[in-house]
Design a protein around this ligand. Structure first.
Ligand code: NAD
Ligand code: UD1
Length: 338
């Protein structure tokens, strides 16, 4: 029995595939390459010695999706595929609902039809929004504030309703905090198209000289130094969290949302400092106005992951900035250089 991985060549999916194949899991990889490169497949092979069983499928194409379910006998699905840019989701919400909701629903309906009962899903801490209390536990109320966040929260609800109706089903949405870092070999990492929205890829593009300076969005928040505080998690730790979550899903039923975070926050200035010190390089920056929609600070209560998955982060902020830089420095233009 194999595990279907959607969005397998994306940033997080690719790191998961390397870890899971290295641990001997039997994977079937799917992506439509809308936001990733075919070269990722060579990297997965390079890093694991396993030629990935890959199929180019768009989740919105139900015929192709169904042929996959006909050809294989899946035990579980790990569902990374989707769009993830907050600003873009506000500009074109229907495109986000079509891909993240309809695409995911197609997948779930196929799982129902072919009696595949374990689903691990890429959710996000963005479902919580404004903290009523910090750190967030999984019981914190959900109140997403943009279409992207709505898609994550809505699909969680869909999974929950289906798990209530099907006693054999296990639904595990993993609420990621802020994934950064790269494979420690420097052979694989995040490769955003165009100008990055998120902090770490922006920092590495500045450090490598492709962007002039980082804009720090606000230094007047009620935080340790006035800049925003987030819970950064190394993508390799995140990958391992998924491997544990699959085992959990296969041995349990019901709906179990789980935070994947370090349980500790770092400010923007602390991240810049760690990057500069660890990598012996400089990141010019200037403080500008707050970014609309940003929160001051939040981090994860990661107790449930520890209790249910026997998982906690192993890698530090130093590992994260080192590995992000290792990838960027080796391949300044990402997979185009590979
Ligand atoms: P990514 O864009 O690098 O990977 C997503 C992959 O899905 C891409 O390779 C893309 O080509 C593919 N894809 C998109 N729509 C598809 C479709 N209809 N059919 C087949 N493939 C499709 O993103 P990522 O950073 O690896 O994120 C993975 C998941 O985790 C996403 O669902 C994202 O929303 C979620 N997430 C990411 C973060 C983060 O900071 N990166 C944080 C929280 C949650
Ligand atoms: C963003 C998304 C969130 C998504 C998450 C994961 C927004 C408002 N939120 O979260 O929904 O789940 O990415 O991908 O887009 N910062 C700068 N300068 C920059 C970039 C970021 O100062 O150029 C600051 C931000 O203000 C924030 C911190 O760095 O304080 C982290 O930002 P980012 O990496 O974009 O992640 P989030 O805002 O936490």
């Amino acid at each position: 029995m194999s595990i279907l991985v959607t969005g397998a060549t994306g940033f997080i999916g690719s790191h998961f595939c390397v870890e899971a194949l290295a641990q001997g899991l039997d994977l079937v990889l799917v992506d439509n390459f809308e936001n990733s490169s075919e070269k990722v497949l060579d990297k997965i092979e390079l890093l694991t010695g396993v030629k990935p069983d890959f199929h180019q499928v768009d989740l919105r194409d139900t015929e192709k999706l169904e042929s996959l379910f006909k050809d294989y006998s899946f035990e579980s699905v790990v569902h990374f595929a989707g769009y993830k840019a907050v600003g873009e989701s506000s500009a074109d919400p229907l495109m986000y609902y079509r891909n993240n909701i309809v695409g995911s629903l197609n997948l779930l309906e196929m799982m129902k039809r072919y009696e595949v009962n374990n689903l691990v899903f890429s959710s996000s801490a963005t479902v919580y929004s404004d903290p009523v209390f910090n750190p967030y536990t999984e019981e914190h109320r959900k109140l997403p504030i943009n279409p992207y966040g709505n898609t994550k929260s809505m699909f969680e609800d869909i999974m929950q309703d289906y798990a209530a109706a099907n006693p054999h089903f296990s639904a595990v949405p993993l609420r990621y905090f802020n994934p950064i870092g790269a494979h420690p070999s420097g052979e694989m990492g995040e490769d955003p198209k165009g100008i990055p929205n998120n902090l770490m890829p922006f920092i590495t593009k500045v450090a490598v000289g492709q962007l002039k300076e980082l804009q720090v969005f606000g230094d007047d928040y009620d935080t340790v130094d006035g800049t925003g505080v987030r819970d950064y998690i190394h993508v390799m730790d995140l990958a391992e969290g998924h491997i544990r979550a699959i085992a959990f899903a296969e041995n349990n039923t019901g709906y179990t949302p789980i935070n994947l975070g370090a349980g500790k926050g770092y400010s923007v200035l602390e991240v810049i400092k760690a990057f500069e010190q660890q990598n012996n390089t400089s990141v010019p920056y200037k403080v500008v106005a707050r970014r609309a929609g940003d929160l001051a600070q939040y981090w994860a209560d990661a107790t449930r992951a520890k209790d249910l998955l026997d998982w906690e982060t192993q890698l530090t902020i130093e590992d994260m900035v080192k590995d992000s830089w290792g990838w960027q420095k080796k391949y300044p233009n990402g997979f185009n250089d590979c």
